[in-house]
Write a protein that binds this ligand. Structure first.
Ligand SMILES: Cc1[nH+]cc(COP(=O)(O)O)c(/C=N/[C@@H](CC(=O)O)C(=O)O)c1O
Length: 402
């Protein structure tokens, strides 16, 4: 009998499985609103012009193919830390940020999970928002952490359940780890206001919780990299020690190049050096050292003033196109079609996604009847909409909810 005959068929990934179903559909009207990957106004993947320029700069330098250090391209990680924490951040000035390149945001989160499971000096429990990015749960569980939830989404108001969030964080055991989406919450698209972040910071301090930020969309939410980093920078300025996972998949369009970084703020350079050494001990047996190309592209942008500001304007361009799609979809549903229900959240939400409130059966019907694909929780990637498919989408939603 085969060695593997007991292996059961596992379920398709809740997000990446939608793309497979979309690809299998042959209807020309099909629309993929599943995976959070930016598409331009013609529905095509978008390589940022600043990224193309950066790639030319990298190629012109005739780079070698040698191994990177275990923690990756040093100039890249230095510049990634600057982008997240800001040049005037105390931890940057003290040289106390321990940072490593990672296999994009997922890899950063996993290195963080593994590191916390080994070295966090309190109970290995992490609280994630309900709902959160689906992959967070198996990722932290497989790292060896116990995963719990804190209230985040209020179905009635289709908004933030701030009272529930505060109550759950206050009820969490002291020193619990808490995962925070720095901006563009996935899947709800609902972010705390700056005032609410300040209140969350106070509770985290009062309960001695350990904040682990997932910043997968810096610049992509509001169009401003500094605005989107508010929560991270506020917490550090308030004296919290944090863990931070960064992704350059969306804001630089480097999806398949797998560019990210994981960092921990430490007490001082000596402690940073010890933490660096333990990050290397986590990474070496995992994948030894990270890929060259994407980090070189990202660093070519982050280290060149002109290219950096061109990149920032392109990120703003992506954010603005998504915001215009939000306006258009809202107007179709609320005004043209008078679709039953409240649709203001389509406009008030931020970042890649809109949490529509469509039920799982409705999402299934939309896939089967209208060839519109989205995740079963009713999340749509706004980037998948454009002027040539938005009317078909709005009419399909209208039909599905009537
Ligand atoms: C919040 C969040 N964190 C991390 C990631 C990981 O991205 P990476 O490509 O590893 O840098 C993603 C990706 N989210 C989209 C794609 C995916 O599911 O992999 C999504 O939610 O569609 C997130 O939405």
């Amino acid at each position: 009998v085969s060695t593997w005959n007991a292996v059961p068929a596992g379920p398709p990934d809740a997000i990446l499985g939608v793309t497979e179903a979309f690809k299998a559909d042959k209807d020309p009207r099909k629309i993929n609103l599943g995976v959070g990957a930016y598409r331009d106004g013609q529905g095509k993947p978008y390589i940022l012009p600043s990224v193309k320029k950066a790639e030319e700069i990298v190629q012109a330098s005739a780079p070698d193919k040698e191994y990177l250090p275990i923690t990756g391209l040093p100039e890249f990680t230095k510049n990634a830390a600057l982008l997240a924490y800001g040049a005037d951040s105390a931890v940057i000035k003290q040289g106390a940020v321990s940072i490593t390149q990672s296999i994009s945001g997922t890899g950063a989160l996993r290195i963080g999970g593994e590191f916390l499971a080994r070295h966090y000096p309190h109970a290995k429990v992490i609280y994630v928002p309900v709902p959160t990015w689906g992959n967070h749960i198996p990722l932290f569980r497989d790292s060896g952490l116990e995963v719990r939830g804190y209230r985040y989404f209020n179905k009635e108001t289709v908004g933030l359940d701030f009272e529930g969030l505060k109550a759950d964080l206050k009820a969490a055991p002291e020193h619990a780890i808490v995962l925070l989406h720095a901006c563009a919450h996935n899947p709800t698209g609902i972010d705390p206001t700056q005032q609410q972040w300040a209140e969350i910071s106070d509770i985290v301090k009062e309960k001695k919780l350990f904040p682990f930020f997932d910043m997968a969309y810096q610049g992509f939410a509001s169009g401003s990299t500094s605005k989107d980093a508010f929560a991270v920078r506020h917490f550090v300025a308030e004296g919290h020690q944090i863990a931070l996972a960064q992704s350059f998949a969306k804001n630089m369009g480097l999806y398949g190049e797998r560019v990210g970084a994981f960092s921990l703020t430490t007490a001082d350079p000596a402690e940073k050096a010890r933490v660096d050494s333990q990050l290397k001990i986590v990474i070496r047996p995992l994948y030894s050292n990270p890929p060259l190309h994407g980090a070189r592209i990202a660093n070519a942008i982050l280290s060149n003033g002109e290219l950096y500001s061109q990149w920032e304007s392109e990120v703003k361009g992506m954010a603005d196109r998504i915001i215009s799609m939000r306006e258009k979809l809202y107007n179709y549903l609320q005004k043209d079609l008078a679709t039953p229900g409240e649709w203001g959240h389509i406009k008030s939400q931020i970042g890649m996604f809109s949490y529509t409130g469509l039920t799982t059966p409705q999402t299934k019907a939309l896939a089967e009847k209208a060839h519109v694909y989205m995740t079963a929780d009713g999340r749509i990637s706004m980037a998948g909409l454009n002027d040539s498919n938005i009317e078909h989408f709005a009419q399909s939603v209208d039909a599905a909810v009537r």
